[in-house]
Design a protein around this ligand. Sequence first.
Ligand code: NAP
Length: 250
Amino acid sequence: MIAGDIQGQVAVVTGASRGIGKAIAIYLAGMGARVVINYRSSDTKALMVVDEIKANNGEAIAIKADVSVYTEAEELINRTVEEYGQIDILINNAGITRDNLLLRMKEEDWDAVYTTNLKGAFNCSKVALKPMFKKRRGKIINIASIAGLMANPGQVNYSAAKAGMIGMTRSLAAEVASRNITVNAVAPGLIDTEMITDIPEKTRIEMIKGIPLGRLGNPEEIAQLVGFLASPAGDYITGQTFVIDGGLSL
Ligand code: NAP
């Protein structure tokens, strides 16, 4: 742990009630950040994350908001600034999958995946940039996926949204660099969270065989990379996408 590096800074982690977002929130709180746990529906789980952080002498609050809706993203960031006076770090992590072959994919499955993963990142970044501009400091870290970099049959909606996040990361990084704000993306491979529990056991075993390191990643491993980028050690890195996948995309 890189304790103290971001002491007192304020981090918003979208989709932090479970999985990768939860691990990132706990890790950033361990580094000294005051953390906002955003979620869409899991009130109890979000409050448990807050309790866990507080039990380890950290500071956190939970804010319910559907990031795919602009006004809710606005409310999330505005309430963060009201509560903590600033926002230094935004982790666009909230994401969903609705897998199917394109010919069978319903329009609403395309829309839901696009609006949560990509538009959600747009919504939160647009609102968070205002206070970051004022402070002339900020870090935005987008949780993309290797599905945004390589073919994944059955995931055209998800691949398109994650590739969109990677493109957005580059262009936005160039737009805001002069204000001392960095924007990077992390592209995980297969990580052991509820998101992959829908994959049938047999398929999962086959997929793990294809990972050179021979195992799923765990959320804490993603959190450590995000923690590095959020810390001063990452200050000179912008517009980049970091693959963390046990070699799956090799
Ligand atoms: P997860 O366990 O399914 O958790 C998803 C989180 O996102 C939950 O906290 C959920 O909140 C929240 N969420 C969903 N829709 C939301 C919305 N509209 N507004 C606000 N919050 C919302 O997923 P995960 O595996 O941790 O994935 C986290 C991120 O990593 C996603 O962007 C995913 O695409 C990416 N990723 C995951 C993997 C993997 O293998 N797991 C691989 C590559 C990339 P509720 O609990 O309230 O529903």
